[in-house]
Design a protein around this ligand. Structure first.
Ligand SMILES: Nc1ncnc2c1ncn2[C@@H]1O[C@H](COP(=O)(O)OP(=O)(O)OP(=O)(O)O)[C@@H](O)[C@H]1O
Ligand SMILES: Nc1nc2c(ncn2[C@@H]2O[C@H](COP(=O)(O)O)[C@@H](O)[C@H]2O)c(=O)[nH]1
Length: 401
């Protein structure tokens, strides 16, 4: 709660239109939803990110919400459009991969956090152009061959898949590199980051802490790739109940004897660790097979055959490795001078650019009808089209991609 700067209260009383910048010239917008007015923009304390304050007219008070997610950096202004449960923010003069953001105000994720904290919560999620396929979660007991199968997939389809690099408190094995195989982390540091809400899931596995940070998944989505997560059953259960829609695959060994042989032959664990991992394997296999977490169960007996089955269920059988249809790589430059309107699930952006002799206008349509994901990760499924350009009365139709 707090005192509102006088000019903001004046602005709020005098500004009838949602989504447009306030007259105070501070690059703030207001969006009113019911009793609440969300004031979004640069804070007056010199912070570099876009801040959010809420004026609750039923209480006549300002509320400082708890803000989840990475905050977008300030730009030269933005437009704001309310879409059912979130506010679309279009940043002016930002780089093409930093223009579209969502401030979630009433999504399932936000409601859950609000219930837990008992305070007002909002959450930021960056928008990703295009429809990257659902992430793939692969689980199974230690030594079953998850890492081997994932390496084969990434080698054959390097442009299609990206690995979610987990955090762990265990020590690196001989050839493992920090930031590539894992982010090797101190327990106290990881525990603090978990407390700060930076992890999508985490679990204590074979005596160490492992976890998937929100950032690990976002980095892969930003590169326009399909994310692969190699996590244990507890982690898979947490992801299943999160807002990350994924395909869940459980890998089983042909027998416990073969699992033990693989673990021993790998030669990366001490005898004590091998025994611990084998003890845990029985329970993991039991849960993997019986719980409703997994969409598919794969038996990794013959490696090549198992790999072919994995490709088949990912829709890659007979597929020639090709670059993904990654719309995230498309350029979309939002000029400083534009106006925004909303028709159903379509956002119409009217871009005005002045040349030496004449002014030309471009109409861009941003389709938000098939949004997927969202906080605590990226919002996918955005598409945009140039629906017209006109100068001197000439109108042209063109698809941007
Ligand atoms: N189908 C298979 N037949 C025989 N050996 C296999 C097969 N699949 C994997 N392996 C071997 O088994 C060992 C364990 O495989 P891998 O490291 O991929 O297991 P993992 O499930 O990723 O284990 P962890 O969970 O401990 O990381 C490796 O030495 C690998 O080469
Ligand atoms: N819940 C999570 N489990 C994870 C994560 N990263 C890895 N793992 C699982 O841990 C075991 C052991 O891995 P190892 O590299 O020490 O052999 C294995 O089952 C992995 O699937 C994670 O981020 N979260």
């Amino acid at each position: 709660m707090g005192e509102a700067p006088a000019f903001l209260v004046d602005d709020l009383q005098n500004e009838p239109l949602n989504g447009f910048e306030l007259k105070s010239g501070t690059c703030k917008t207001t969006t009113t939803i019911g009793d609440k007015t969300y004031v979004i923009g640069g804070a007056d304390d010199g912070t570099l990110s876009i801040e959010v304050r809420i004026f609750d007219s039923s209480l006549g008070e300002w509320v400082q919400p708890t803000v989840y997610g990475t905050k977008p950096l300030l730009s030269k202004g933005h437009s704001a459009v309310f879409l059912n449960d979130r506010i679309l923010i279009l940043k002016k003069g930002a780089k093409s991969d930093d223009q579209i953001w969502f401030l979630e105000v009433d999504t399932q994720y936000v409601r859950r956090q609000q219930k837990q904290l008992g305070t007002e919560v909002v959450a930021w999620s960056k928008g990703v152009i295009g429809n990257v396929e659902k992430p793939v979660v692969i689980s199974g007991p230690s030594g079953v061959g998850k890492g081997t199968l994932i390496s084969m997939l990434m080698k054959e389809f390097p442009a299609m898949f990206g690995f979610s690099v987990s955090h762990t408190t265990r020590a690196p094995r001989g050839t493992e590199k920090d930031g590539v195989h894992y982010h090797f982390t101190e327990k106290s540091v990881m525990e603090k980051e978990i407390e700060d809400g930076k992890f999508l899931e985490f679990a204590s596995v074979h005596g160490n802490l492992y976890g998937t940070s929100v950032e690990a998944v976002e980095v892969v989505a930003d590169a326009g790739k399909r994310c692969i997560l190699d996590i244990d059953v507890q982690g898979a259960r947490s992801v299943r109940s999160s807002s990350l829609e994924a395909i869940f695959i459980f890998v089983c060994p042909p027998s416990m004897e073969e699992l033990e042989k693989r673990l021993r032959d790998r030669g990366t664990e001490t005898e004590e660790q091998i025994l611990k991992r084998l003890r845990n394997a029985a329970a993991e296999i039991e849960q993997g097979k019986s719980s409703k977490i997994f969409d598919f169960i794969l038996y990794n007996d013959n490696l090549e055959e198992c790999y072919e089955k994995l490709k088949k269920l990912l829709g890659l059988s007979g597929c020639v490795a090709a670059p993904p249809k990654s719309a995230a790589l498309r350029e979309f430059n939002l000029p400083l001078d534009h106006s925004v309107s909303k028709i159903d699930d379509k956002i119409i952006i009217n871009c005005i650019s002045s040349g030496l002799e004449k002014e030309s206008k471009n109409l861009i349509m941003l389709d938000v009808s098939t949004l997927k994901g969202g906080a605590p990760g990226r919002t996918r499924g955005l598409d945009f089209q140039a629906i017209g350009s006109f100068s001197d009365g000439l109108i042209g139709m063109e698809k941007l991609s």
